[in-house]
Design a protein around this ligand. Sequence first.
Ligand code: HEM
Ligand code: SF4
Length: 522
Amino acid sequence: RLQNGLYIQRYAPMLRIAIPYGLLASYQLRKLAEITRKYDKGYGHFTTRTNIQLNWPKLEEVPDIMAELASVQMHSIQTSGNCIRNTTTDPYAGIHQEEIADPRPYCEIIRQWSTFHPEFAFLPRKFKIAVIGTANDRAATQVHDVGLHLKTNDAGELGFEVIVGGGLGRTPVIGKVINEFLPRQHLLSYLDAILRVYNLHGRRDNKFKARIKILVESMGGPAFAKLVDAEWDAHIKDGPLTLTDANFATASSFFTEPDYLSFDALQVQSELQQTLDGDKDFANWYQQNTVAHKIAGYRAVVISLKAGLVDGSYIPSGDVSESQMDALADLADKYSFSELRGTYQQNLVFADVQTNQLYELWQQLSELHLARANINTLTDMIVCPGWDYCSLANATTHNIAEQIEKQFDDLDYLYDLGEIRLNMSGCMNACAHHHTGDIGILGVDKKGEYWYQISLGGNSSNNAKLGKILGKAVPSDDVATTIQKIIDVYLEQRVSNENDVESFGDLVDRVGIAPFKEKVYG
Ligand code: HEM
Ligand code: SF4
C-alpha cells in the first residue's frame, strides 16, 4: 500500500501521485482534473516535494485511478514507504542565465535507477534526494537525505558536491558535505554506495532514529564518508553503474529547449514598461510573480496557489480545483509550451512565457484566482493539511493560516516587509518545513487543545539553518497577533539605507531572538 503512495487518513485514504522533479505536461494536468472530478472531491493538493495529493479517494476505486494515471505516464509508485522517493529540483531548471548545468537529466537518471530498485525497496526509512544546477539553492537540498549540487572542477568537468544526512521531522539536521567533487560519471555508483552503507548501518529498531541523518550524526560526516568510499572502492566504482557520454546524451535529449522565438530585448523592454506604467496591479504581479529567463523576451511565471481568502472562504495553500486545473492546462498550452512545474513552496510555474503575453496571461490567471501577487511574501505560506485531514496531526493548520490571512491582507504592507518565509506544520513530522521558515509555526496538542509553537530565523536555501524556538506555545486565537508583534519588532529594528533594507532573516541573524521574545512574552 505505502509503496503505492496510499496512506490511511482521518476520513479517507490519501493518494500521493508522483510528479517527477516537478515537471507536469498539460495533458497530465487535464487527466488529474478528470480524476479529481470522477473519484475525489474536485481538487488536489500540491506538496513541498512537488507531488500532488488526493484527500478523498475510495479505496476500492484506487486501482481505477492508477489505470487512469498510467494512461498519461503517471503513477504513485514510491511516493510513500521506506524507499527512494521522488527526486526534486529547481523549478527554474534550464532557464536560468547563471545555471552551471541543467539538473533535470540527472534527476531523470536517478529516477530510472531508483524506481523499483530491488536492493533499496525496504530501507530503514524513507529517502529523499534533491539536485540543483545553480549556486542558488531553490530546492532545500541541505535538508534532504542527499543533496546534489552540480559544479565544475578546475578542468571544466562536471560533477557534484554531495551533501548527506539533512532532514527535518522530529530531529531536524542540516546535511553535511561528504564529497566536494564527485565526477558526474560516478553519480549512480556513489549514490549506490551511500544507500548500501545506510541500508546496512541505519537503525531499524526505532523508526524515530531510522533516517540517514541519525546515522550520519552519530558517526560524524567524515566517518560516514569513509565508509561510503570503502564500499565504493571495493565493489562498485568504475563498474556497470558508471555513466557514459551516451547515457548523458540520452537523458539530456528529454530536456531540449522549446522553440523559442527571437525578440529584440530593448523593444520588448520598452513595450513592457508602458504596460507596467499603465497598471499598478499588473506591475505588482510582474515584480513578485515573474522570474528572469535566459532567453530575451521570455519570463517564468509563478502561479500563486496561495489565494488566501476568496469570497470570504480560505483556500488552503497548494490546493487547486479541477476547473482551475483544466484552465491551467489550457493556459500552459497557449502560453508556456504545454508544460507546468511544481515548486518547493507549493506553487506552480509556467517556465517559458513570452514577455509580450504576460499581460493577457495575468488577466486570465486573475479571473481564476491564481494571480495573487504575494510570491515570497508572508502569505506565500507553506502549510501542511494538519488535523483537517492528517491522522498524525497534533493541531489544525488551515484555521491558523486563515487567521494570518485576515491579519495580513494588505499587499502593500506585505511588500514593505519584503521576503519572509512562513511555514506551518501540524505536528513535529515537519511536512511543511516549519524549522526552515523565517517564521515557523508548529502545532502542538496540550490536553486536547491546539497550541502553536513559534520559531524564528530558519532558512532552507544556501544559508540553511534551523529556526530557534521563541518561547512557550501560544493559544490558537493568539497566533496572528503574535506574528504581528514579531513583525512590529522587525519594522522597528531593521536598518535601511537608500539602496537596501535589512531583510527579516538578516535582522534575526543580527539581533537574535531576544527582542522578539521580549515583545511577545513581555
Ligand atoms: C496528510 C498525510 C501525510 C502524512 C501521514 C505524512 C507523514 C509524514 C511523516 C511521518 C513524516 C516524518 C518522517 C520522518 O521524520 O522520518 C513526514 C515528513 C515530511 N513530509 Fe509528510 N505527511 C503527509 C503529508 C505531507 C504533505 C501534504 C507534504 C507537503 C506539503 C508532506 C511533505 C513532507 C516533507 C517535506 C517531510 C520532511 C521530510 C524530512 O524529514 O526530511 N507530507 N511526513
Ligand atoms: S506535519 Fe504532521 S500534521 Fe502536517 S501533514 Fe505532516 S504528519 Fe500530518
